[in-house]
Design a protein around this ligand. Structure first.
Ligand code: PHE
Length: 345
């Protein structure tokens, strides 16, 4: 009797040791038979009552050994199957497959245009200067040779801060030039990009906010010819190598002499179109030799140094380039409009 009982346990042990389940399903069968809640080992413990007292201990140890053998073999099989499954999944995962498209935003046409201008001037040694949009009267006007009651203040309708005659929204980034001149010794070679404000009635052609890039070059012996050459380089880089420039005499309080620069129309190659109003020329910027009075106000020796300055509006250039017919589109942030500039250069 006892021998039979022992024999049965040894059979189960052998069955466990020789089992070779391969697939997930076969391993599951193994689990159900030897490890699961209704496994075949559990009932074997019950047979202990039929074993002679002097062999009960031996029997108990044997059944426990079978139970442990079943558990450790199952763990081993399970690990094998999982590793194989991971490997198979790895093969299915195609790392070269194209990814889900991400809906990227687009750069704003103002930024695209501004960055191009900045890049062109940086290549010839200008660095970028930035400063505040809320300015005081001194930096925006007085330092720019436009004292109070000067009629030229009317050229730029100004937003003053509430209850203030002193603080205003800058009307041009010339205020940045004033700050740089006060704090830096020549040679100075900067461009000042940024947003400016003027109290204008909003229409398709005008807005109360817009962007500028202004430039300033101060050193000994800087001449009008240097300015012309610099601006010609800019025009050719910006609008194409065939571009011609034309300087017309003009007036700004902070430069003398002053000029406005036209470029040959890059839309129609100067043949005449509605953008250049059939003149072949498009006005791009204002410029001139820095007035000695500006140097003196900003603490630069006007006997030793000369310089040139220029300033241009960005919206106008972006509108010409991308044929945008209403300036308001540039400030409304309608994604149907902005989305059109995803691949713009
Ligand atoms: N500050 C002028 C403007 O905003 C532009 C300008 C800058 C003209 C420098 C000449 C020289 O209109």
């Amino acid at each position: 009797m006892a021998a039979e009982i022992f024999e049965k346990v040894n059979q189960v042990l052998e069955e466990i040791e020789t089992a070779t389940p391969k697939t997930k399903e076969e391993v599951e069968q193994f689990r159900i038979r030897f490890v699961g809640s209704k496994n075949v080992i559990k009932p074997l413990f019950g047979n202990i009552k039929n074993v002679d007292n002097n062999r009960k201990k031996e029997f108990g140890q044997l059944v426990n050994k079978v139970k442990q053998a079943a558990e450790s073999k199952f763990q081993e099989l399970k690990d094998q199957v999982e590793t194989a499954a991971d490997a198979a999944e790895g093969q299915q995962l195609d790392l070269s497959a194209p990814s889900e498209p991400l809906d990227l935003g687009a750069r704003h046409p103002i930024s695209i245009t501004m960055n191009r201008i900045i890049d062109i001037f940086q290549r010839i040694g200008f660095s970028v200067a930035e400063d505040r949009e809320i300015e005081d009267d001194w930096h925006n006007f007085t330092a720019m040779n436009t004292p109070e009651d000067h009629p030229a203040r009317d050229m730029q309708d100004t937003f003053y801060l509430k209850n203030s005659t002193e603080m205003l929204l800058r009307t041009h980034t010339s205020s940045v030039q004033a700050r740089v001149m006060k704090n830096q010794k020549p040679p100075i070679r900067i461009i000042a990009p940024g947003r400016v404000y003027r109290n204008e009635t909003i229409s398709a052609r005008a807005h109360c906010q817009f962007h500028q890039v202004e430039g300033l070059y101060v050193d000994e012996n800087v001449s009008f010819a240097d300015m012309k050459q610099t601006l010609m380089y800019f025009a050719k880089e910006m609008f194409g190598a065939d571009t011609k420039i034309r300087l017309r005499p003009s007036y700004f309080p902070f430069t003398e002499p002053s000029a406005e620069m036209d470029v040959s129309c890059f839309i129609c190659n100067a043949e005449g179109c509605n953008v250049c109003k059939y003149t072949g020329w498009v006005e791009i910027l204002g410029c001139g030799m820095v007035d000695p009075a500006v140097f003196e106000t900003c603490g630069i020796d006007s006997k030793k140094y000369t310089g040139f300055a220029f300033g241009m509006g960005i919206e106008r250039q972006a509108m010409l380039r991308y044929r945008i017919n209403d300036i308001r589109l540039l400030f409304e942030n309608d994604t149907r409009f902005l989305g059109q500039f995803k691949s713009a250069l």
